[in-house]
Design a protein around this ligand. Structure first.
Ligand code: CUA
Length: 313
């Protein structure tokens, strides 16, 4: 079974992955056996009952109760096994253990925000402790997204105006990838994030130090790290190429024409407004699709990002 998992599936890194994989293999193996059996029987019967001479006449058979009951009851049993097994797995994934560590997940087009119990927010990085259940309470700020961690075998839709939740317990430290698995617009395929699984001790250290500003780093370098960490690169380039949003290259102090014909100079106030209220002014030829970073980035962090943009000429 382990060999089969290794061959067909990503590594199983959560406590519930084993049950999901077992059901997957059961459905798969049953289907293969039935496919082979039915295919073989069809070919064999086609040959056995072939027309041998001109006066071969097919006998009239109205029905065969024994046969019909058999081919109804066997699939019914198989389907009920899959249903019961699937239902128990579904209930298990829906009901988080009471001692679970809770993280709020906010999906926006096109990034993932994680809000921790101490008020810290991380973008596109979910940090969790190992060997401890983690409950995710999720919602979307815009359209339907879906939270999927292949290594944990968990997937749940993330909806606007409603909370959904899912939980997992990571069984080893390391990293796993998170995908958005509901088509949500142009940068859907870039809407990925990473789970970082730490020891309990490292997790606490990370939580405490996550908000601390690295004073030794020049502001522009901090800004560069922030831009990468905050999901900006899904829609903005730094080399002049056009993506979903305008490029950062040459943005500083450039004159930009807005949708309503207004010409704006890209100074500190314009950049700040674009981060906090992105839809207040829209560049001509672009769509109003950027999510607000209000509550995600602090004033100090916005300062750092402005310093970084200044360096991109
Ligand atoms: Cu979010 Cu696809």
């Amino acid at each position: 079974m382990n060999r089969l998992t290794e061959f067909m599936l990503p590594p199983a890194k959560s406590t519930t992955a084993g049950e999901v994989d077992a059901l997957f293999h059961f459905i798969n193996v049953t289907s293969i056996i039935l496919l082979a059996g039915i295919t073989f029987t069809i070919i064999y019967f086609a040959w056995k009952y072939r027309r041998r001479s001109e006066d071969d006449v097919t006998p009239v058979i109205t029905h065969n109760s024994k046969l019909e009951i058999t081919w109804s009851v066997i699939p019914l049993i198989l389907v009920m096994i899959v249903f019961g097994w699937g239902l128990s797995g579904y209930m298990n994934l829906t009901t988080a253990p009471d001692d679970a560590y809770e993280v709020r997940v906010v999906a926006k087009s096109w990034l993932w925000e994680f809000h921790y119990q101490n008020g810290h927010v991380s973008v596109n990085e979910l940090h969790v402790p190992v060997d401890r259940p983690v409950k995710l309470v999720m919602s979307s700020d815009d359209v339907i997204h879906s939270f999927f961690v292949p290594d944990y075998r968990i997937k749940r839709d993330v909806l606007p105006n409603r909370y959904t939740s899912v939980w997992f317990e990571a069984i080893e430290t390391g990293e796993s990838i998170i995908h958005c698995t509901e088509y949500c617009g142009r940068a859907h395929s870039d809407m990925n994030a990473t789970v970082f699984v730490h020891t309990q001790e490292d997790f606490e250290t990370w939580l405490e130090s996550a908000d601390a500003i690295d004073e030794d780093m020049p502001p522009a370098e901090r800004g560069e790290a922030l831009v990468t960490r905050s999901g900006c690169m899904a829609c903005h380039s730094t080399d002049g190429s056009r993506m979903v949003g305008p490029t950062f290259q040459g943005l500083w102090m450039a004159e930009r024409t807005m949708e309503d014909g207004e010409v704006v100079t890209a100074d500190e106030n314009y950049i700040r407004e674009s981060i906090l209220e992105p839809n207040a002014r829209i560049n001509e030829g672009y769509d109003p699709v950027m999510p607000s970073y209000q509550g995600t980035l602090s004033d100090r962090q916005i300062d750092d990002i402005i310093e970084y943009i200044k360096t991109l000429d």
